[in-house]
Design a protein around this ligand. Structure first.
Ligand SMILES: [Zn+2]
Length: 340
């Protein structure tokens, strides 16, 4: 008899898919039809069956269209059976291509996206931020400020004199080695409480509430120096580019470009930097205060004020605090710098 038509039989356990009863059977293939014999009996064309790859339990599962299945522990026998049927290509490989292949492809894509997100994106964003023309950064910053003015800001309640006083004090300070980018101080009254941040355009936004909270203009200088550090490193530009790339990527993956437009403003309002970026900005502030003979105790006092506010209201109460938690690590870092 043609061995392509009658395969050797392998022992198997048959489950009907409805009860947990195990039927001891043998599986053979005859002329393209799988034959189950023993405690259960059924015939089924090979084309209707699905054969799994080796599972973790080191068995192969043959599933029937109605959910019944066979478990085969005799792996060598099963391989021989598949081989002699001559159907191995059309039978197993097809299934590999359908679900196993798709799974592998999906896993591969995910791994690539993950790697890209962790390793490639920051480097690319860093590079783009450094070559981005100042006119574009300016536009970006202006756009964000206009948006925030619409949603959360009101004109500052400070007198022109008070604003000029703070601006003049910060203007007096020499930047640390490495220089400083162009900046402009922008005062706002806000519904979001104490806040300060630097926009890519060079606008450093300072809320009245931040000045009132700190009650010490030298401490305000410390906060502004920290923001100048963010600006110096193009942190917001980098962050916006990363956000835009991620959103654009998601839009392409899910085929919904409108999400790009709706999520962009939300992302800008919820801007958070990495711990490394915060450390860089803190180091810049420390260097700048030191360069100008301002005791670092003023900066340490800033963090202690934040910590007090956190204890009273919780970090989530305030956008600035949630992006700049006054961690013990941060305070310790300034204290260590004070001892140097
Ligand atoms: Zn910061």
């Amino acid at each position: 008899m043609d061995e392509r038509l009658l395969s050797p039989a392998v022992e198997a356990s048959y489950f009907d898919g409805r009860t947990s009863r195990l039927y001891r059977v043998t599986l053979a293939v005859h002329d393209g039809v799988a034959q189950v014999r023993g405690e259960a009996r059924r015939d089924s064309p090979l084309g209707e069956l699905r054969v799994s790859e080796r599972s973790q339990r080191a068995l192969r599962k043959v599933t029937f269209p109605d959910g019944a299945y066979l478990e085969v522990r005799d792996l060598a026998g099963m391989t021989a059976l598949l081989h002699t049927t001559g159907h191995s290509d059309s039978w197993v490989v097809r299934i590999q291509h359908s679900w196993r292949g798709a799974l592998a492809a999906a896993a591969g894509t995910l791994a690539l996206v993950g790697l890209g997100y962790v390793y490639v994106l920051p480097v690319a964003a860093d590079w783009l931020a450094r070559i981005m023309p100042p006119s574009m950064e300016h536009q970006l910053g202006q756009g964000v400020l206009a948006l925030l003015d619409q949603r959360v800001f009101q004109p500052s309640r400070f007198s022109d004199q008070r604003m000029a006083e703070l601006t003049a004090r910060f203007r007096q300070l020499q930047p640390p080695t490495g220089g400083a980018p162009d900046w402009r101080l922008v005062f706002r009254h806000s519904r979001i409480g104490p806040n300060a941040f630097a926009l890519p355009s060079g606008d450093i936004v300072l809320t009245d509430e931040m000045v009132r909270l700190l009650k010490d203009d030298e401490a305000v200088m410390g906060v502004l120096a920290h923001e100048l550090g963010h600006l110096h490193q193009h942190h917001m530009t980098r962050r916006v580019i990363q956000g835009a790339v991620v959103t654009a990527g998601a839009a392409m993956l899910f085929g919904d470009v409108s999400s790009l437009l709706t999520t962009a403003p939300a992302a800008l309002l919820d801007m958070k930097y990495s711990r490394d970026a915060e450390r860089e900005a803190d180091d810049y502030a420390i260097a700048m205060l030191r360069h100008n003979g301002i005791p670092l105790a003023h900066l340490a006092a800033v963090f202690e004020q934040f910590q007090k506010l956190e204890h009273e209201h919780g970090v989530q109460m305030n956008a600035y605090l949630s992006s700049h938690p006054a961690t013990d690590e941060r305070i310790a870092h300034v204290r260590a710098a004070m001892r140097q």
